[in-house]
Design a binder for this molecule. Structure first.
Ligand code: ADP
Ligand code: MG
Length: 477
């Protein structure tokens, strides 16, 4: 690295730590001139324009400079300042022009980023938007293609023709997800944008507080000095007259300034009976779009996505079972899946239709389970014998039955044997001892080990999942 380059890096590190005016005064036209290798030391020589500057820097910033130097080049052990009066000459350009060294834009960005945070009390701040909610993680099906595309359009051109954007739909269908995605996408494009997300409920309580504490001007600027206002669940404004008024003014001001407003609600604007008509008619000026419950295919895709996120493999039949039974709410869909995975993990087994049905029964006592007749499933299972499983496994992996039941520990035989033990144990509920006996008198601990191995593999190897499913299908399990 050239000495000049090194010095610029050092200055860049020092700049944010001292006042800008001091930085410019003392470090203007300074330069690192050479690195001297002495016995047991490596010295960076820094030239400054005046004696006065040298004194000042050494006394006030000596340690800071040394630390910064060592951060950039850890081989340097000492620094030495020399005066070079040539540097004081305005026409001389060998020193570094520190007016070009600035972390100002970064500071500004940091400040703006702060604006997109909320205060959780006790000085703890949190990002206002959940970074999990993006347009990419929103699974698009036939029924929600339009709201998704509209959200994308708004994110591409905030304050454009889809202003305001009004999204409505039932509980747990992704309104908050889409709403926050728009904010995340806009900020990803341009970090300096001020995006404010608020639920109508919070807005109302902030209005009440602001009136009580006589802080209305502060409140007003908080919501009006923004580029994008995302406001969730506006049905909550019903009958809250003073907040509604306040929101009405905020809305008009932002709208007139071409700032993007996105609103969500559980019903269309025409059904917001307890809201001022002047307000609801304005909601219809841009884009009104409905989120519908996801169809079966979309529900499956959502579940598959969740499994991928959680890094677990769940039998497609189990996913189908969940998707068939949870039909109207994505949050519940995710909840059931999470519970099914969790219980399986706690009990150290993989999720099955039976276990999903148990979870479902626990969560929704009154609901009828559709898609699978669990009792019949149980009866059919009891007719299947260990021998049938062994034959199916031998056939599937193309290994002789005698090898499967024998002692050989070659990989091509070991894996099928373990899979076979696992299926018998988990699907036919046979005891470890009995399985050991059926496999030519093996110890029950061998069987336990085999089952555990398969269980582990099932969590990360989709091939084994496929194998086991295929074998189960073959024997009608
Ligand atoms: P709402 O605000 O409409 O009540 P949310 O936006 O809170 O619903 O969504 C509930 C959960 O479902 C969230 O975890 C969200 O990420 C998820 N979700 C909803 N729809 C989808 C979808 N199409 N793709 C992926 N996740 C979804
Ligand atoms: Mg919501």
């Amino acid at each position: 690295m050239l000495n000049k380059e090194l010095w610029v890096q050092v200055l860049t590190r020092i700049e944010p730590t001292i006042m800008r005016a001091h930085f410019v005064t003392w470090f203007q036209n300074t330069i690192a001139t050479e690195i001297k290798d002495e016995v047991g030391a490596r010295v960076l020589v820094i030239a400054v324009p005046t004696e006065f500057a040298k004194d000042w820097i050494v006394r006030k910033y000596g340690i800071k400079v040394l630390q910064a130097v060592q951060e950039v080049d850890s081989s340097i052990t000492n620094i030495e300042f020399v005066v070079d009066s040539k540097l004081a000459d305005k026409s001389d350009v060998s020193g570094v022009d520190v007016s070009k060294i600035t972390s100002e834009p970064e500071k500004k960005a940091r400040k703006v980023r702060g604006k997109n945070e909320i205060d959780l009390g006790n000085g703890v701040r949190s990002k206002m938007l959940n970074s999990r909610y993006t347009l990419d993680t929103f699974v698009v099906g036939k029924e929600n293609r339009l709201p998704h595309a509209a959200a994308q359009a708004v994110a591409n051109m905030p304050g454009g023709i889809y202003n305001p954007m009004y999204i409505y739909g039932g509980v747990g269908l992704g309104k908050t997800h889409i709403l926050q995605s728009i904010g995340n996408a806009i900020l990803k494009d341009d970090e300096s944008k001020v995006v404010r997300y608020v639920t109508a409920e919070r807005f109302v309580s902030e209005v009440v507080d602001a009136i009580k504490n006589r802080e209305m001007p502060k409140f007003k600027s908080h919501y009006r000095d923004v580029d994008v206002l995302l406001i969730d669940d506006i049905q909550f404004f019903a009958k809250k007259d003073s907040s509604q008024q306040e929101f009405f003014h905020t809305f008009n001001e932002l709208y007139d300034a071409n700032k993007q407003i996105v609103l969500t609600s559980d019903r269309p604007p025409s059904e917001l009976d307890d809201l001022d008509k002047r307000l609801t008619s304005r909601f219809c000026m841009g884009m009104v779009t409905e989120l519908l419950p996801p169809e079966f295919e979309t529900r499956i895709a959502i579940l598959q996505n969740k499994c991928m996120e959680a890094n677990v493999i769940v039998d497609p039949e189990v996913l189908e079972f969940i998707a068939a039974n949870v039909t109207t709410n994505v949050r519940e869909l995710e909840g059931v899946l999470r519970q099914v995975i969790l219980e399986a993990e706690l009990e150290n087994r993989v999720p099955t239709i039976q276990s999903a049905a148990d979870v479902f029964k626990k969560l929704y006592r009154a609901k009828e389970i559709i898609g699978y007749d669990i009792e019949r499933l149980k009866m059919d299972r009891s007719k299947i014998t260990s021998k049938e499983v062994m034959e199916a496994v031998a056939l599937y992996y193309r290994v002789p039955l005698t090898d499967l039941l024998g002692e050989a520990r070659k990989k091509e035989i070991l894996l099928p044997r373990q899979v076979c033990m696992y299926i018998i144990r988990h699907e036919l509920d046979e005891s470890f001892e009995k399985i050991g006996e059926d496999f030519g008198g093996k110890m029950h601990t061998t069987v336990i080990n085999a089952c555990n191995k398969v269980l582990k593999a099932l969590k990360k190897d989709s091939r084994i999942v496929r194998d086991i499913n295929a074998i189960k299908k073959e024997i009608g399990l």
